[in-house]
Ligand binder design. Structure first.
Ligand code: DCM
Ligand code: DCM
Ligand code: DCM
Ligand code: ZN
Ligand code: ZN
Length: 265
């Protein structure tokens, strides 16, 4: 996702934090975030091109073999070096921190929180598990209405931007409120199943990656080959997918952080 998508994922997540989670997150956040996780959720994108952070740039996605439309951790996350592996890694880092060390200024745990929150958003963007051959849609040149762009950017940014303009008076906070209402009145019975993991795991990103590539094949790549002009039909039929993935990302980020920071007897 672009900045707006990440902001929305983290804003939706924070409303579902348990008390201990909120306390721990606020201790870890940098001061300028002013207690808002959403304020730092794009940080991994801001730094990924700097020389000292280049190693993080491949952790935003897990490309999958062309036209297979499935995801396999051992195949698609070699050496744990992909978005799924990163979610496991940063979850483990935060878990290993004791209550005591949380109260010590620890920039690595601050970074771990910011990376986990960002990557939990990215794994829900269907094209972050897109095909290797086109770099998750980055090489698929399309027009978004009259604008030249690529399919990956359509899903990272353009669908959200067009929704903001058409429906939300260009206000991200109004759009987030609308998503929170959909969650409350439409998806409330799904919240528990979205957030839960099998087998007492703290984080379970693999099914999220599988869902993403299935959605990529069914909605993102469908009728969007190179040179296509995408307009109202594509926008109206794909916006609901984008909205649901953002909300799911938020619920699953909250559920994961709640498991990480819950007081264990
Ligand atoms: N930083 C961060 N999150 C951001 C922006 C920056 O963690 N969204 C990191 C990198 C900055 C450093 O904090 O260079 C210092 O930030 P500040 O200038 O707010 O102290
Ligand atoms: N910053 C911020 N929120 C962001 C990104 C950056 O408040 N989402 C601020 C914090 C740092 C400054 O920008 O003081 C520079 O950060 P960086 O070094 O990451 O560019
Ligand atoms: N991306 C991807 N798969 C790739 C390369 C990039 O999903 N093989 C994503 C990461 C960014 C976007 O595409 O969200 C643009 O990549 P970059 O910022 O590296 O140009
Ligand atoms: Zn992207
Ligand atoms: Zn990213």
């Amino acid at each position: 996702w672009g900045d707006d998508g990440h902001y929305a994922v983290c804003k939706i997540a924070q409303a579902y934090f348990e008390e201990e989670t909120l306390v721990a997150v606020k201790k870890l956040l940098p001061a300028y975030a002013d207690g808002e996780l959403a304020a730092v959720c794009s940080w991994p994108d801001e730094i990924k091109r700097l020389p000292q952070w280049k190693w993080t740039s491949a952790l935003h996605f897990a490309d999958t073999p062309d036209y297979k439309c499935n995801y396999d951790y051992s195949r698609d996350c070699p050496n744990d070096w992909c978005v799924t592996g990163a979610i496991f890694n940063y979850t483990n880092q935060l878990m290993s921190a004791s209550e005591d060390s949380l109260s010590i200024v620890n920039y690595n745990l601050t970074e771990a929180l910011m990376f986990l929150s960002h990557y939990m958003g990215d794994i829900h963007q269907p094209l972050h598990e897109g095909f290797l051959g086109d770099l998750g849609g980055n090489k698929v040149k399309v027009n978004w209405y009259s604008q030249e762009t690529n399919l990956h950017r359509v899903w990272d940014d353009m669908i959200i931007e067009s929704a903001l303009e058409k429906y939300y008076n260009s206000s991200l906070s109004i759009m987030i409120h609308a998503l929170q209402d959909k969650l409350k009145y439409g998806w409330s019975s799904d919240v528990w199943s979205w957030g839960s993991c099998q087998l007492n795991q703290t984080a379970c990103p693999n099914p999220y990656a599988s869902e993403s590539i299935h959605l990529a094949c069914k909605y993102a790549y469908k009728n969007a080959t190179a040179g296509t002009t995408l307009g109202d039909y594509y926008f109206l039929s794909r916006l609901p997918v984008v909205e649901k993935r953002i909300v799911q990302g938020g619920i699953r980020l909250a559920a994961t952080l709640n498991r990480i920071f819950s007081v264990k007897p």
